[in-house]
Write a protein of this length. Structure first.
Length: 680
């Protein structure tokens, strides 16, 4: 029988431990984590009476060995509010199935310290309190797990506490000394330890949660138009590979391509989403499948498997991972349609309804039906995914996963990773939060988000808080600034400043961000009445003159390059949960910080200030929550402030709690300030 408890089998232990986080569906699914990522761990724990409670979180590696133990404290902002909430940060170091537990315990030293302070000041039980302190420290000095040095510190203090030849102040001073505080902070004097259940933490490889994505259509790179006939010669993997140097040069690390398979002929779409294609129109790459093959084939215009392998190899040489689109649907001429009619929903008249994602209509594709032959269809898809994995693809961007059953994704992602660990899936599910979150729980490592449509200060602050503090255990946001489908009004009408604003927000707030080609050229003209690019590359070739843009200087590429380099250089930008929103007096100036303490104890802190009004210069005062920046005494200037260096403009300032800011969107709409830390 554990000390202090009648029996096991009760649901509460000696001290209640409730509302533990991160816990997904009661621990049915693991919480997400990355190597070296700070994971915020919390619990509500409390006790009867007035004695002090200590709460710790303990991190266990895949073998079950203890790898980290941190004492939890009331969350900033809740201190002294009596919420009984405790929080701290655990940092797993490698991939694997980790876990953690919460421990709550009677804090013997804290309890004695508090009572002694109050009673001795009031002249109550003075000798008794000193004697109790001496006995406590003497007992602790005999605990086996303590070092000889610590034992000595506790023994000396116990001796002084008991030494009646000393004054009360001297005796108490010994019991309250910094050295004793240091020893018990490191290894508390604990009793009645209550241990929670074990909660799973899945630590996946870096690219599962960190990365800078660049999307492009390989058929456009190197495509040439015959101006006499109007016909194009498609680009291919060999010509597209020539663009990879520039993409890697901008600091991206994932190159994502829309589907590369044969494109259906029946119901092929023409330019600007029209329903009739001309003889030279290449069709939408998402209309997968034709006489040449389906999801396991390569569009003949793009090349052979050998060409694809060479493309992957070149990308890898440049530090880029290739991400492929997994769009589970079929053009009417896909081989599946004839061979497996049971994989589709056939109506009474024998026809198959085309796919939709209301209000969008996809007249050139059929949706799959997973209910008639779940096993056959699932195994075929697994075969296809593993085929591409065998060609070096370990990242998939999944088109519309919310139109397929969630169980299928849970199965597929687990099966693929059982065969080849480390395969990453990005969910392109723009739908209701319940489904988006369920897909994350089912195993999708990352997800597209609503970021593109969050433009006002209030929207951005709320969304950043939500993705960094409310849902990170199961939903990792990939902040794409645009996609071939999404050209928001903000970008259509915001001018170049809008492009900078979105790029700064996306690349600094989330460890995952993405850009679709043409963003760096400020492409911003939409098809009338749509939120999509005019003359969209989804339906036609688009040859861009990158060199002319670079020569004229009308390109955001250098700015994007700078952002990606900052992301690599600053560990604080590689974590998701370390974002704190700060206040400003202007309704367009968004302020947040990203702060991280590294394994060696050093700290990396960035403060991002963005004027999200791309048209108007804003002046305001920024009020910082200084506790979130964890400034060390040596970082404080003689004036009581601290120095910040703007990583965009190169300027430096002395900042404090309240700071004047002026951001002219036509010059630079943002500061990315690095807090200057003095060597320890
Ligand atoms: O439905 P979403 O808005 O999430 O968009 C994704 O899926 C679409 C269907 O695959 C895809 O749409 C494109 O391909 C369709 C099939 O060829 C075509 O009918 C659409 O007109 C075209 O936009 C979209 O690109 C993808 O991001």
């Amino acid at each position: 029988m554990p000390k202090g408890q009648i029996t096991d089998g009760l649901r509460f232990g000696r001290f209640p431990i409730t509302a533990v986080q991160p816990v997904v569906e009661g621990g049915k699914f693991p919480a997400k984590a990355l190597p070296g990522e700070g994971i915020v761990v919390g619990a509500t724990s409390f006790r009867e009476g007035h004695d002090q409670l200590g709460v710790s979180a303990v991190l266990l590696d895949p073998s079950g060995a203890e790898r980290q133990r941190v004492r939890l404290a009331p969350p900033r902002g809740e201190r002294g509010m009596g919420t009984d909430r405790w929080e701290g940060v655990l940092t797993p170091s490698e991939t694997g199935n980790w876990s953690f537990v919460i421990e709550a315990w009677h804090d013997r030293y804290g309890t004695w310290h508090h009572n002694a302070e109050v009673k001795i000041a009031a002249g109550i039980d003075v000798e008794l309190m000193l004697a109790e302190g001496a006995a406590l420290l003497r007992e602790a000095s005999a605990e086996d797990f303590r070092s000889d040095w610590d034992k000595g510190v506790l023994r000396d203090a116990a001796g002084k506490l008991a030494d009646q030849s000393l004054s009360t102040e001297e005796r108490l001073g010994a019991g309250f000394g910094h050295d004793v505080a240091g020893v018990v902070a490191h290894q508390p004097i604990r009793e009645l330890v209550t241990v929670s259940e074990k909660y799973p933490l899945l630590v996946e490889r870096d690219r599962a949660g960190r990365g800078s994505w660049y999307e492009f259509f390989p058929r456009s790179e190197g495509a040439v138009k015959d101006h006499n006939t109007g016909a194009w010669t498609s680009g291919n993997f060999r010509t597209a590979a020539r663009r990879l140097d520039a993409v890697a040069g901008m600091g991206f690390d994932v190159i994502y391509m829309p589907p590369i398979h044969p494109i259906g002929v029946q119901h092929r779409k023409g330019p600007n989403n029209t329903l009739v294609a001309g003889p030279h129109d290449p069709g939408s790459p998402w209309a997968i499948g034709a006489a040449e093959g389906g999801h396991d084939a390569i569009h003949p215009d793009l090349g052979s498997f050998e060409d694809f392998d060479a493309f992957v190899a070149r990308a890898n040489e440049l530090g880029l991972e290739v991400a492929l689109d997994l769009a589970l649907q079929a053009a009417p001429d896909h081989p599946w349609v004839a061979a497996h009619p049971e994989w589709f929903t056939t109506r009474v008249d024998g026809s198959i309804a085309y796919a939709e994602n209301p209000p969008k209509k996809y007249q050139d594709i059929y949706p799959l039906n997973f209910d008639n032959d779940p096993e056959g269809l699932s195994n075929e898809i697994l075969r296809i995914v593993l085929l591409w994995v065998s060609h070096g693809v370990k990242i998939f961007r999944v088109d519309n996963p919310h139109t397929k059953p969630v169980w299928f994704w849970e199965w597929l992602i687990a099966e693929v990773n059982k065969s080849v660990p480390g395969v990453v899936f990005l969910a392109e599910a723009f739908t209701r939060p319940a489904m988006m979150h369920a897909l994350g729980r089912a195993g999708f490592q990352q997800s597209y988000t609503y970021f593109t449509w969050r433009n006002t200060k209030k929207e951005i602050e709320e969304y950043f808080h939500e993705v960094s503090h409310e849902s990170p255990a199961y939903f990792r946001p990939n902040f794409f600034v645009n996609t071939p489908d999404i050209l928001t009004e903000y970008l259509q009408y915001g001018g170049p400043a809008a492009f900078k604003v979105k790029a700064v927000l996306a690349s600094t707030a989330s460890p995952l961000w993405g850009v679709y080609a043409g963003y760096e050229l400020y492409e911003h003209v939409a098809r009338p009445g749509a939120e999509e690019y005019i003359d969209n590359e989804k339906f036609e070739y688009k040859a861009r003159d990158w060199d002319a843009a670079a020569e004229s200087g009308r390109t955001l590429a250098p700015f994007i390059t700078r952002l990606n380099h900052l992301r690599r250089d600053h560990p604080a930008l590689q974590d998701l949960q370390n974002l704190t929103v700060h206040q400003s007096t202007d309704d367009s100036t968004v302020v947040y910080s990203k702060h991280k303490t590294l394994a060696d104890g050093s700290k990396d802190t960035l403060i991002v200030v963005v004027n999200v009004d791309p048209h108007v210069t804003k002046e305001c005062s920024v009020a910082l929550d200084l506790a979130a920046l964890e400034l060390d005494p040596q970082d404080i200037t003689p004036g009581g402030g601290f120095y910040v260096d703007d990583l965009i403009s190169g300027e430096s300032w002395e900042w404090g709690e309240f700071n004047y800011v002026r951001l002219d969107p036509h010059v630079e709409p943002a500061h990315i300030l690095s807090v200057r830390r003095m060597p320890q």
